[in-house]
Design a protein around this ligand. Sequence first.
Ligand SMILES: [Zn+2]
Length: 346
Amino acid sequence: MPILASTPVSLPEAISVLQQFLSAGPVTVLTGAGVSVDSGIRAYRGKDGRYMNPNYQPILYQELVAPSSIGKKFRQRYWARSYLGYPPVRDAKPNASHYGLSLLQRHGKIGTIITQNVDGLHLRAGAPKKAVVELHGTLFVVRCSHGHEIDRNEFQEMLGRENPGWKAFVDELEASGQQLRTNPDGDIELEGRSYDDFIVPACPTCRVEGREDRTLKPDVVFFGESVPEEKKNRSLAEVASSERLLVVGTTLATYSAYRLFQLAHNNHKPVVILNIGPTRADTVPSDSKGGTVTKLEVPCGELLREVAERMCANLPSDKVTTDILSKLRSSSTAVPTLMGPEMKSS
Ligand SMILES: [Zn+2]
């Protein structure tokens, strides 16, 4: 594949390159925020790699779990904003990238999907849970400091019950069809509002055990937090055991993602990167032992839809697969001009 990182490539050329790449055998896939942009979930970074909102300051892990009253304030701020920001993330629908990857996976063209996204959209597009590694966790589970799990939808109701004033505000927004600007982690930007009256509910399981635990956190890797060992090891093992790596919609800015690229490249595995805008791997040259690095700067939804259609449409399929194919065909691909990574762990 003689395409260099800096060479502009047309959609038909990209289709042919990707089809050839996927035909050579199962590929591990690494995805980032760019694949969810078509689903209306905003990326942290724009096309030029800069933060979309330079004033946005995500809460740090140490702040969110601090036992002090300072920690309590951070939890009030986080959960108040997450209470408002959750509905659009909960209601987001997978797009052509998710469905295309799902279809390719069901037909054995790709193996495990490792994602930096916490929006659960690969799973909702039909990828089986055991074939997806959510490197930075998921927004759909809440954990107390004793490790108990609470379903996020259930927790949303608990938040509403404890905070009727805030619930009225959310109901009003929903009724009027307004949407707040939501960040990829389900947090929203809300200036000039005090969170002092916001009540973070106590963990129900801890309560049964005779304790009050209000140090609750979504099961997401925060800034300043490490990826859990088990996920880190599994993602490295997936890349090590596959023959090639496909990177989609990420600038590889986080180290947890970049080291997967490095592992593949250091072992001379071919890598294809689909991303509009710069990535951390752009200056990495192909090696002479098969370790090619190919960058395709094309909209990933359109490309994956075409490639999945061509490679899978005529293969025998079950009901679930047929359903995914029909959703792929009807899914829209808005012009995805804003792409960027999750900025989570280091
Ligand atoms: Zn608990």
